[in-house]
Design a protein around this ligand. Structure first.
Ligand code: 8DG
Ligand code: MG
Ligand code: MG
Length: 148
């Protein structure tokens, strides 16, 4: 019973924070996906909406305030390359800076090497596995009518 409980899937909310043609990425220091470039995000807390979780995690990890938070897609994600297997249902959102002059701060340096903006057509390597899979499949986080 306990083993099943401990390994039950968790829900994560992950954010494509867009600025011009760029997205915000940070190199992970966490054991899951160490040294890979990933989006800001984290686990859904009790009672939160996806939009609230997106805003909270971005704020906690980067200090940035976001707006126009929108649902994009969901990915069922079984990560086996760690000490214990991990099953995450990841909800992907997109958002924009509430204030274009705000710059990202590395608020959780134990989890991340730092944040920077990267061109969607020239992403850094290695990308975090789930993000790599999305990029490879031709996924585009930008709105259809986007020009900035
Ligand atoms: P928390 O304690 O703040 O709630 O969690 P966290 O430490 O910030 O969690 P995380 O590992 O950054 O994100 C949770 C999970 O989301 C992660 O283990 C796997 C999944 N995930 C993806 N793609 C991405 C991504 O690009 N970035 C992030 N941060 N997580 C992702 O599937
Ligand atoms: Mg977090
Ligand atoms: Mg995180």
């Amino acid at each position: 019973e306990n083993i099943g409980e401990a390994s039950r899937p968790k829900v994560a909310v992950v954010v494509f924070l867009l600025k011009g043609k760029k997205v915000l990425l940070g190199r992970r220091r966490s054991s899951v996906g160490r040294d890979t470039f990933a989006l800001p995000g984290g686990h859904l807390e009790f009672g939160e909406s996806f939009e609230e979780c997106a805003a909270r995690e971005v704020k906690e990890e980067t200090g940035l305030d976001i707006h126009k938070v929108e649902y994009l897609t969901v990915i069922n994600n079984v990560i086996s390359k760690v000490d214990k297997p991990l099953h995450i249902v990841a909800i992907f959102m997109r958002a924009f800076l509430a204030d274009h002059n705000q710059t990202p701060q590395n608020v959780e340096p134990e989890k991340c090497e730092g944040w920077d903006w990267y061109d969607w057509n020239d992403l850094p390597k290695p990308l975090f596995g789930p993000l790599e899979t999305m990029a490879q499949s031709g996924f585009n986080p930008f709105p259809d009518d986007y020009h900035e």
